[in-house]
Ligand binder design. Structure first.
Ligand code: ZN
Length: 137
């Protein structure tokens, strides 16, 4: 998957992986199943789903699940993330925007209702004045 060479094709492929991933979402309360597919600079793709909890505040979104999986495997550079939810455009929430900004302020965020009509936005478009603390990364 070469995002630089053919961004539209790569976006479609990533979006489809997010769609497949959404089957594994754990959303017994909201019934709102979300899938994410995160492309790391290494070329690996990490999927993620939303995981709800009886204590609602403990719920984690699909985007952060994908990032945590990738980070725990040693990934630190990211190219793009696709987010899928059935019949609606799933836009990352504020917490996910800040979470992703820590690692990839210019990551491409792919969303849409179908793979035929995708929006590709840069994270700094979605979170214009994000911040990161100084520190060794
Ligand atoms: Zn979120």
């Amino acid at each position: 998957m070469d995002f630089k060479k053919n961004p539209k094709l790569a976006a479609m492929q990533l979006y489809e992986q997010a769609m497949w991933a959404s089957d594994n979402a754990y959303a017994p309360y909201s019934k709102f199943k979300v899938g994410a597919a995160l492309l790391a600079a290494s070329g690996e793709v990490y999927s993620g789903v939303n995981v709800e909890n009886s204590s609602y505040g403990a719920t984690i979104c699909a985007e952060r699940t994908a990032f945590v999986k990738a980070l725990s495997e040693g990934e630190r550079k990211f190219i793009a993330i696709a987010v899928y939810a059935q019949e609606t455009e799933a836009i990352p929430c504020g917490i996910c925007r800040q979470f992703m900004y820590e690692f990839a302020p210019d990551i491409k965020v792919i969303t849409g209702v179908s793979d035929a009509d995708l929006n590709i936005r840069s994270l700094d478009e979605l979170l214009p004045i994000g911040f990161r603390l100084e520190g060794e990364k």
